[in-house]
Design a binder for this molecule. Sequence first.
Ligand code: NAP
Length: 494
Amino acid sequence: MAATAEDRVVETVPHKLYIAGEWRDGGEGGTLPVEDPATGEVLCEVADATNADANAALGAAHGAFQTWRNVAPRERADVLRRAYDLMMERQDDLALLMTLEMGKPLSESAGEIVYAANFFRWYAEEAVRVNGRFTVNENGKGRVLTLRQPVGPCVFITPWNFPMAMGTRKVGPAIAAGCTCVVKPAKQTPLSMLAMAQILEEAGLPGGVVNIITAKSSGSVMEPLIKDPRTRKLSFTGSTEVGKKLIAQGADQVLRMSMELGGNAPFLVFEDADLDLAVEGALLAKMRNIGEACTSANRFHVHESVAGDFAQRLAARMGDLKIGRGTDPDNKVGPLIDDDQRGKVAGLVEDAVSKGATVAVGGNRVDGPGYFYEPTVLTDVPDSADLLKEEIFGPVAPIKGFSSEEEAIRWANDTEYGLVAYAFTQDISRAFRVIEQLETGMIGFNQGMVSNAGAPFGGVKQSGFGREGGPEGLEEYLEHKYVAMNLGSEPVTP
Ligand code: NAP
């Protein structure tokens, strides 16, 4: 029987570790299963890295750094540009692969491939613009010279929710800066990163610059790498809980780090907002990635004069979305990543309802195979409901009314997280007041999405530190070396 497109895209990607430019089995021959969350069926098995494999990957990154750092910036740029082109040529296959391992609808996977590839294109353009500076001292005598140099071999750990983009937004700037890396994707979604490695190899990236390891026990495999003095930078995207552990592990060697952690995004709708725009923005901020995004609107604070209207319109839109396997283009709501995640979402809804929230739409698991949950809108959500405090990571929109701008800001900032906030208003003075007071790294102003390869993505408070995207994202992979220059024959004195 002829292989289906699904079999073909899964089989085209090597299910192995990629170390020093070679595809290898795990040292002990172990494997781990990759499941389709829409069916619960196993798609394939990928290699399970041992500690020795991880050590070999870091050795390869360390060895390759000695040459890659000196490769001409134009050559590094050309590799990235070719990788961008290849990723775009294979957009459909890569999107299908992503939908199979992660569950999101095909159109969203295709969108993520563009977003992911854009990091390669953006940093291809930045690679040739890494400048130092040269200035005259203020006393007119000496000179200040600064060099910007790559930080060195990096360790990257990525989550399952954006399996391609969370990798390329680290790997793109690292390659551009002259760094090398070991990437460990989440065990649920390793295939996208293996496909990325295949593309980089075809684009001409020398072996050892990017190494991929997949592993069942991420903790025990990654800790030695984080503590290894050859590692000069850790960039992690994932939960705040795991981020804190990794920060502690890297502390001993004062490891340079970027932490892209969890969020609890407030979505503010003021009484003067364009309600059509706000509902469309809400749908995007809530339903993109089935609500499994760090940037997902986690709680909706809506002025009480428009809260009823807003809830009704959002519930109508959410209730209309077709639920089903993401491979069918008609389906707009895919499965959650696994049964644990679905159980957590269901538990949060039950808790809110038991404390007095009203279900405007949804509120149930969907029967049958896969981990589907209905798009859900809850109104009159009490302060005590856990889902106002915790990251929901599912298609649930809790709505709570506010009576003043001051109250809206206070509620928005009442969280230990600070990744993104959304604000909808037509009043320009209010816009600036709100933007300046929100304690987040990013704000979607009259729009429900902030992701953009050319802009600095990142959070404050327990959402982490460091930025990905834009020129700021390249800085994460560069050191400044300052040279104090005496050009005269007199010794320098204090
Ligand atoms: P997670 O459980 O923290 O896992 C993230 C990554 O860390 C995975 O690769 C995981 O590997 C690995 N990991 C887990 N425990 C580890 C340990 N002890 N040592 C080393 N690595 C370890 O998060 P997730 O559930 O995959 O992703 C969802 C979270 O990511 C949410 O909180 C979301 O907000 C956050 N996120 C943040 C951003 C951002 O830019 N701020 C973007 C996307 C997602 P295994 O899965 O193989 O164990």
